[in-house]
Design a protein around this ligand. Structure first.
Ligand SMILES: Nc1ncnc2c1ncn2[C@@H]1O[C@H](COP(=O)(O)OP(=O)(O)OP(=O)(O)O)[C@@H](O)[C@H]1O
Length: 449
């Protein structure tokens, strides 16, 4: 890298500036590079790993305490020709709209509703490129091609349609595929962006890792699918969780989603890191188990009220999918989420927490299936015994015959009976539950681990 020094700034210094400043000015920065620099940039796979070309020492030498010592060593911004501002705009009020590609092979989607952004119009680079030698122009054009936006998939959990994104007549609809898997020819995004600390959980489909994100120094959970997902249909199925979380948005009792990507045909999901699962959490002090479980019930009921209000059902509520972070519980694992309007097929969850109507393929009361699963979850934690997944006790529970819970009050046991009522219509809704006296005015008894 240092071999590229040209008497002024050496290439590594210029590249450091690129990663420290915003990428929208890429063209301006590129035009300041000498021919030799461009050769070197091309050979560095620059656009695949822009943030990581900045040497680590430099990243950390940036002054976080207000000490100017290190900052002053960074050269001033490179001056560029102002010709870019004279570029005619298609519409002075509106930025250029992305173009659209249709993805036709998704059974969930209505072809009108699918959007995708495409490359920026070629003309955007024209005025600046004219000031460069032909060879450099070709190189910049080829580098720009490498940062094209990938096609977008429609999120089946979103109500909004995507019609406003269409730009008729600019691009013929294409059969868009998912991006070629990163990791085959490029560096690993996972390894480049995160430092893996440890595996913190393992389910049937994925492993979850505690990671440190290199660029922001914060801890996250990254969930990686066990299997390589080579078919588009498998990838779409795996994306259910990502799409449901993204469509839901933020809620204090829903695990926070950050981003997701495919790499080496595996799906990676970056999420908020929680401390553990509900089964491993204990009440703040002895003798408060009932209060602790009522508080847990209340927090998850709030999550369910939110999810249902967004037109979704979770369909996999169970102790292993309720995490805690400090005194807050968070519902996670949206891999079986579906829409209440029946537009997405229902994937069966864990039989131990499933009501009879779902086992019998009756999907008319999906919110109440979540209520049953939550009742079963709290019942299991109160009894401190795993629920059966078949057999006579499994049947008895679904007929409303719950074993007694010694040490728990009658109102508490009756509440669980109501949540697990055989008739879904007789079960209270999350809104009803939030009004229930038992769940109101609870002190916070959910302690840290
Ligand atoms: N955000 C998180 N923070 C902390 N731990 C987590 C997080 N997400 C998942 N885990 C841990 O990883 C385990 C497995 O995660 P998860 O249940 O999402 O995987 P899965 O393969 O989809 O599971 P399943 O077999 O239930 O479908 C969880 O039970 C939990 O212990």
């Amino acid at each position: 890298m240092e071999a590229g020094c040209d008497g002024g700034l050496c290439l590594s210094q210029k590249l450091s500036q690129v990663s420290l400043r915003s990428r929208p000015h890429l063209d301006q920065i590129l035009c300041s590079f000498a021919e030799d620099d461009l050769d070197e940039i091309c050979s560095q796979d620059f656009f695949c790993t822009p943030d990581f070309l900045t040497p680590v020492e430099r990243q950390f030498s940036l002054d976080l305490e207000g000490n100017k010592e290190n900052v002053s060593s960074i050269p001033p911004p490179i001056q560029c020709s102002p010709v870019r501002s004279k570029r005619p705009r298609p519409d002075s009020a509106m930025p250029p709209q992305p173009q659209i590609m249709l993805i036709k092979d998704n059974p969930l989607e209505d072809s009108q509703d699918i959007a995708s952004s495409e490359s920026e119009p070629q003309s955007k680079t024209q005025p600046l490129a004219e000031h460069l030698p032909p060879n450099s122009r070709a190189r910049i054009a080829s580098m720009r091609r490498r940062v094209l936006s990938p096609p977008c998939v429609k999120n089946p959990f979103k109500r909004e349609n995507y019609e406003h994104c269409h730009t008729e007549g600019k691009l013929p609809p294409k059969q868009a595929q998912f991006l070629p898997a990163l990791g085959a020819n490029c560096e690993s995004r996972y390894r480049e962006e995160f430092h893996e600390i440890e595996e913190i959980g393992r389910g049937n489909f994925s492993s979850v890792f505690k990671v440190l994100k290199r660029i922001d120094g914060c801890l996250y959970a990254v969930k990686r699918s066990h299997r390589q997902l080579r078919q588009d249909s498998e990838r779409r199925q795996a994306l259910t969780e990502v799409q449901a979380l993204a469509a839901l948005g933020l809620h204090e009792h829903v695990v926070r989603y950050h981003t997701a990507w495919f790499e080496n045909d595996q799906l990676y999901i970056q999420m908020e890191l929680c401390e553990g699962i509900l089964s491993n959490k204990k009440p703040a002090s002895m003798g408060t188990q009932e209060k602790f479980l009522l508080e847990a019930l209340r927090q998850v009921v709030e999550a369910l009220a939110f999810i249902h209000s967004r037109g979704l059902a979770h369909l996999d509520v169970k102790p292993a999918n309720i995490y805690f972070s400090g005194s807050k519980l968070k519902l996670g694992d949206f891999g079986r989420a579906t829409r209440l309007d029946g537009s997405i097929s229902v994937e069966e969850g864990d039989a131990r927490y499933m009501p009879l109507e779902l086992i019998n393929d009756d999907y008319r009361h999906l919110p109440k299936a979540d209520v049953f699963a939550l009742g079963a979850t709290i019942f299991e934690l109160a009894r401190d015994l795993p629920l059966p997944s078949s057999g006579s006790q499994f049947q008895a529970i679904r007929q409303g015959r719950l074993p007694l819970l010694p040490g728990f009050s009658l109102p508490f046991q009756n509440l669980l009976k109501a949540l697990m009522h055989p008739n879904p219509e007789a079960r209270p809704s999350p809104q009803d539950l939030l009004k229930c006296a038992l769940l109101r005015n609870l002190g916070n008894v959910v302690a840290s681990k």
